[in-house]
Design a protein around this ligand. Structure first.
Ligand SMILES: [Fe+2]
Length: 281
């Protein structure tokens, strides 16, 4: 377990290379084939009728990534967690993208400084970020020291602009702008997406995923359906039991989860079945 931001370079770890290859394959480009080549390919995907694909709908890829992440967790010695988000997020961002999109004025946009707990992530979550491909000047991650437990921002929940902190108290933790940078931090850690240079065509691909210390069905008494399955990616149902091995197929993953649930109260079973019905039918 960790109570501060940790940064590691896993660019030389073979699992990192495997993740890079798998994501590249799904995007139909070799991510090690040169920056210009990759950026041109991403530009052309953006201009195509389908646009940049949402890789989270590719369940085969998501299961492969889950498997790789499990291996990576054991290599970097992250222990003590019982739940893991599924699927991971794969973000493909271009410099200038958000500044040219004046419509995104959400109170929860990631370019505002925030802790994920402020927008409702459980207090026991650990965030994991892995840089997969990046051109300097592309949008990147800006991290600061985790708030101490007695700080009012530690347990705050609400719009990012109303969070109780002052800028001068933040201490930056520089995140190297390179593929293979692995960052993990407790959810009470302030961070934001740096927009990057205001020129087009500087791309970043990254993967992020959250772990929870609790199992996905803890506190089920208080848990209502709304909290478990109101959205696919931002409800408690996005956390599944941390697998001890990877799965070959989605049915296999669902079967394993049902097996675990068979020993748990019916309220947990009902919540998971509703989540499955909504997003995996
Ligand atoms: Fe965040």
């Amino acid at each position: 377990m960790t109570n501060q931001v940790k940064i590691m370079d896993v660019s030389k770890v073979s699992i990192f290379r495997d993740i890079q290859i798998d994501i590249g394959r799904a995007l139909d480009v070799d991510l090690s084939s040169g920056d210009d080549n990759v950026c041109r390919h991403l530009d052309s995907l953006k201009m195509s009728t389908k646009g940049i694909p949402d890789l989270r709908s590719n369940s085969e890829l998501m299961l492969t990534i889950e498997n790789h992440i499990l291996s990576l967790l054991s290599i970097v010695n992250i222990k003590g967690y019982k739940s893991m988000q599924f699927p991971a997020n794969v973000r493909i961002l271009e410099s200038k993208r958000e500044s040219s999109n004046t419509l995104n004025m959400s109170e929860y946009r990631t370019t505002l400084l925030h802790c994920d707990s402020w927008s409702g992530a459980p207090q026991d979550t650990l965030n994991i970020f892995l840089g997969i491909f990046v051109i300097p000047g592309a949008p990147w991650l800006q991290m600061f020291h985790t708030f101490p437990e007695n700080h009012p921002a530690y347990s705050f929940v609400g719009p990012y602009s109303e969070a109780p902190y002052v800028e001068s108290e933040l201490i930056e933790v520089p995140v190297p702008v390179q593929a293979g940078t692995l960052v993990f931090w407790p959810t009470q850690t302030p961070h934001k997406t740096e927009q990057g240079l205001s020129v087009d065509g500087l791309w970043r691909i990254s993967l992020d995923i959250r772990l929870r210390k609790a199992n996905p069905y803890e506190d089920m008494d208080e848990l209502n359906e709304e909290k478990f399955s109101s959205t696919k990616m931002n409800s408690l149902g996005v956390y599944w039991s941390l697998p001890d091995h990877g799965f070959k197929s989605l049915p296999e993953k669902i079967l394993k989860e049902r097996e675990i649930l068979s020993h748990l109260p019916s309220v947990a079973n009902i919540a998971r079945e509703k989540y499955l019905e909504k997003y995996y039918d």
